[in-house]
Design a protein around this ligand. Structure first.
Ligand code: SDX
Length: 429
């Protein structure tokens, strides 16, 4: 055995192998722990537990590093192309010109929804949360493409991935249009991925919405920066559901549900609410920070803190720059950006945040960019899901290709009642 850890329990000693990743991360391999010692480990929230070995994304939370298949995210900022990064995450390499052309053509060809799917939208109340519609309609997609249930064949998998990545835009746009009582706008095969999405969101019948180059670039980069983040809550959910051999659509629909939570992808909505509260004069930035430091207030500085980053989230830095640049290019002066900058300045000087290593995360600035584009707040987490979908697909496929045959089934420590008898109704107090 190479390097090992020794667990001493009473007189018993258990040697456990230490494994090391390609970036030097080390783990105690406990796969045989229960079989050999009868013991399990306990780690609520999995802050100390690795669920898998993965080759997709590397994060160094102490040094603020994020790489997709080894490429630092900063290198995607120049001419950002979400479709290219989606291919990289799923298939492990940057696409050749021919691979890119074929994939982009598939995305264009697959943008429509079956006309019968449109009736589902009409069944939702206009007030329905778009994330509820998104998860429901991704699952509903599988009803129209049963041939994609079985994805052993790589070619079938590639087609299913293209279908999902293309159609998630159409579902998102239709959810938005339905909520506003607007007619659905069909995808335009002449448009590329992001402009086509914005066209479906904002065009009117006979009045085509034109995508400003700065907006197209900004949204491509927003989607890229959300595309994967190793074993976050929603990606772990996709892997968990996929481990039961559930199909790709069901697994990604589950990922949407996990992402919806305000502590995860829903935080970008909470950040805007927080900034608008301060802008509305209810609270000053200083008062809000004071509340966020008071555990009893139940208030958190939304968009701050991260389980992994104990330094700046590199995505937050990049998104802050995108926000500044886009607002300047559009000639917009959004007071919420100044409030965000003020909150960041106050918090980064406050021992409460410094001592807990709480920095802005990906959600702190993203909403300001989406707001500048005209995307409503209740669609922010949907945009996060569109970005994160290639990462979910990549992890689902990596698990399916690996020894992912084992269903994920954590253990527990039972702390309930000891054995006791059933009591007939008449004898109960
Ligand atoms: C995402 O995992 C990923 O990779 C996620 C993500 C991705 O790309 O998939 O990066 C996307 O989900 C980003 C995070 C978005 N959520 C928020 O912005 C919500 C606000 N942030 C927090 O709720 C919190 O920081 C979490 C949920 C992000 C992380 O929670 P942890 O790791 O469980 O940390 P914790 O709750 O144990 O906090 C440690 C301490 C506590 O104080 P003490 O008990 O030590 O006194 O820090 C405090 C917390 O109260 N704290 C905060 C805070 N975040 C943590 N206090 C005020 N404001 C905050 N935002």
């Amino acid at each position: 055995m190479s390097e090992k850890a020794t667990l001493v329990v009473g007189d018993a000693h258990y040697d456990l192998p230490i494994i090391e990743g390609s970036e030097g991360e080390r783990a105690v391999d406990i796969r045989q722990l229960r079989a050999r010692s009868g013991l399990i480990t306990l780690d609520p929230g999995y802050g100390n537990t690795g669920s898998c070995e993965s080759a997709i994304t590397f994060i160094d939370g102490d040094r603020g590093i994020l790489r997709y298949r080894g490429i630092p995210i900063e290198q995607f900022a120049e001419a950002p192309n979400f479709v290219e990064v989606a291919w990289l995450l799923i298939f492990g390499h940057l696409p050749t010109r021919e691979e890119y052309r074929a994939f982009a053509a598939d995305l264009t060809a697959q943008a429509d929804l079956d006309e019968n799917m449109k009736h589902h939208f009409e069944g939702f109340p206009r007030s329905a949360p778009p994330m509820a519609i998104l998860s429901a309609m991704i699952n509903a997609l599988s009803c129209f493409h049963p041939e994609l249930f079985e994805l052993e064949d790589p070619e079938r998998f590639r087609m299913a991935a293209a279908r999902l990545i293309s159609k998630i835009r159409t579902i998102a746009a239709y959810a938005y249009r339905h909520s506003r009582g607007l007619p659905f706008i069909y995808p335009d095969p002449r448009l590329r991925y992001v402009p086509n999405f914005l066209h479906m969101l904002f065009s009117q019948p006979y009045v085509q919405w034109h995508c400003d180059e700065a907006v197209c670039e900004a949204l491509n980069l927003v989607l890229i920066l959300h595309a994967d983040h190793e074993q976050n809550c929603s990606t772990s959910t996709v892997r968990m559901v996929g481990s039961s051999q559930a199909n790709l659509f069901a697994s990604c629909a589950a990922g949407v549900c996990a992402l919806w939570g305000p502590l995860h992808g829903g935080a970008n909505v909470e950040v805007l609410t927080m900034l608008e509260q301060i802008h509305g004069g209810n609270l000053t930035a200083e008062e809000y920070v004071r509340l966020a430091k008071d555990r009893d207030s139940k208030v958190r500085l939304m968009g701050f803190g991260h389980r992994v980053y104990k330094n700046f989230d590199p995505r937050a830095r990049m998104l802050a720059e995108v926000a500044e640049r886009l607002l300047a290019r559009l000639g917009q002066d959004d007071p919420l950006l100044q409030i965000a900058r003020r909150l960041e300045e106050i918090a980064l000087r406050d021992p409460y945040f410094v001592d807990r290593q709480l920095y802005p995360n990906v959600d702190f600035y993203s909403g300001i960019i989406l707001r500048a584009i005209g995307i409503p707040t209740n669609m922010f987490t949907v945009i996060f899901a569109i970005g994160r979908l290639p990462g979910w697909i990549a992890h689902w496929w990596e698990q399916r290709q690996g020894d992912g045959s084992r269903i994920a089934r954590p253990r527990q420590i039972y702390v309930g009642d000891r054995e006791r008898p059933y009591v007939a109704m008449d004898e109960r107090l």
